[in-house]
Design a protein. Structure first.
Length: 131
């Protein structure tokens, strides 16, 4: 451990790990999350659905992604999605996007009732403008 001068509080602060150690910790988190969600689109969609049900910034971002993948009436800002959720959940986003395509639509992983629940909470936030 090393001690550095903290400019905000004008005192010493203990740094518990080096920058390299911190980056290694973050890389391990990312690898564990990628392994958990890889090749499991049902788990990806379910995780994002659970987040979207909440009243948080992550819930807003997850709901935007799910609704925009559901149909063309909703939009999402991908930068907002990636920046508003943590490493674990961003791996779920990446894995889900990697599996969707011809023959693999969100409808395979979430029910219409689940999407309606998200629309009831967040629909007006993400609805595409009809100007």
């Amino acid at each position: 451990m090393e001690t550095i001068q903290d400019p905000i509080y004008e005192g010493n602060v203990t740094v518990r790990c080096t920058l390299e150690e911190l980056q290694a910790i973050e890389d391990k988190k990312r690898q564990r999350a990628a392994a958990r969600y890889q090749n499991n689109p049902q788990a990806d969609a379910t995780k994002l659905y659970q987040i979207a049900r909440g009243d948080t910034g992550g819930g807003r971002a997850a709901s935007a992604l799910l609704l925009s993948l559901w149909n063309n009436n909703f939009v999402c800002n991908m930068r907002d999605v990636i920046c508003s959720i943590d490493i674990d959940n961003s791996e779920a986003v990446i894995a889900l996007l990697g599996t969707l395509g011809p023959g693999h639509h969100l409808e395979r992983y979430l029910t219409q009732e689940q999407i309606i629940e998200i629309i009831d909470v967040w629909g007006s936030t993400h609805e595409r403008s009809r100007k």
